[in-house]
Design a protein around this ligand. Structure first.
Ligand SMILES: NC(=O)c1ccc[n+]([C@@H]2O[C@H](COP(=O)([O-])OP(=O)(O)OC[C@H]3O[C@@H](n4cnc5c(N)ncnc54)[C@H](OP(=O)(O)O)[C@@H]3O)[C@@H](O)[C@H]2O)c1
Length: 266
């Protein structure tokens, strides 16, 4: 990647994860970082040897890319005059391109739904690009994002919005499962075992197993069956999850997330 310059508005959990992931892979990228209360931008700029931008008026208007990494609720108050050549990557959940295009009067806007494992280069990036990007720009943005994990091109914004709760929110849902595992193991062993480490290793090992070449072609159901023998321990535990309709609970959770994405897009 050539020496490119990226302006970032918002350096919270997600903005920070993206910047760290990109910088780790492409040290030659120079970041210009802005946050209204300055602290997070100041801290991150020292970590990545970037430029701390104290006020919006100090953000250069001729950078290669700009990343919008604040909350959808902050969009209305966000006022920045982009140049007509600006290329923007928005990670604002649910905020459709039409809304961004009319706010900024610009068309080179990509929608990205990343997730926080991006900081380790292990993110799942959902990307929707409209037709205003040329092939060189498309290749550049994909290469940039591959530095933070895998990139999945979405063929419509509708698909990006539907998938958001699975990937963008996915780590949060998985951490909740891990919390439940840890709490239950601690309760049953009255704290005698290192529940957090055991659960971490179990989730980590299971993900690695899912990711092995051989298992990528095997369904999750098959992987589950391989470790479940009739009337065995796993079988008994899964029976309780099934009797209590775990899938229905997740269905409702995903639908609630999708409803929220739709609310944000209006
Ligand atoms: N967290 C995730 O896992 C995740 C996953 C996928 C997508 N996203 C998307 O990522 C975006 C950010 O989420 P987050 O979790 O990183 O939020 P966050 O941790 O709360 O960080 C938000 C950042 O935005 C900054 N900000 C607030 N108002 C701003 C403005 N007017 N101009 C510029 N920056 C402003 C905040 O600045 P201060 O530090 O000064 O308050 C803060 O640094 C959201 O749109 C969300 O939909 C998040």
């Amino acid at each position: 990647m050539t020496k490119i310059k990226i302006g970032v508005f918002g350096c919270g959990n997600m903005g920070r994860a993206l910047v760290l992931g990109m910088k780790a892979q492409f040290p030659e990228i120079h970041f210009y970082l802005y946050t209204p209360t300055t602290l997070k931008a100041l801290q991150l700029s020292s970590e990545v040897n970037g430029t701390f931008v104290r006020s919006l008026s100090e953000m250069p208007d001729s950078l290669d890319w700009y990343i919008l990494a604040f909350k959808p609720q902050n969009l209305e108050q966000f006022q920045f005059e982009f140049s007509s050549k600006a290329k923007i990557i928005s990670i604002l959940a649910g905020v459709n391109l039409s809304k961004l295009e009319s706010k900024f009067n610009l068309f080179k806007i990509a929608r990205l739904m990343p997730n926080t494992p991006a900081a380790l280069g292990l993110g799942a990036n959902l990307l929707f690009l409209n037709t205003s990007f040329n092939q060189i720009e498309k290749a550049e943005i994909q290469k940039l994002l591959e530095s933070t994990g895998k990139c999945f091109l979405m063929s419509s914004e509708a698909d990006l919005n539907l998938t958001t709760v699975f990937s963008g929110s996915g780590p949060g849902l998985i951490f909740e499962l891990a919390r439940i595992f840890e709490a239950e193991l601690s309760r049953l062993t009255e704290g005698r075992v290192n529940a957090k480490e055991i659960v971490t290793q179990t989730f980590f090992g299971s993900s690695a197993l899912m990711d092995t070449k051989a298992n990528q072609v095997v369904s999750f159901q098959d992987l589950r069956s391989q470790v479940t023998s009739k009337n065995g321990v796993t079988y008994e535990a899964l029976e309780i999850l099934n009797q209590n309709n775990l899938q229905d609970i997740f269905s409702k959770a995903f639908e609630a997330g999708i409803k929220r994405v739709n609310e944000l897009s209006n």
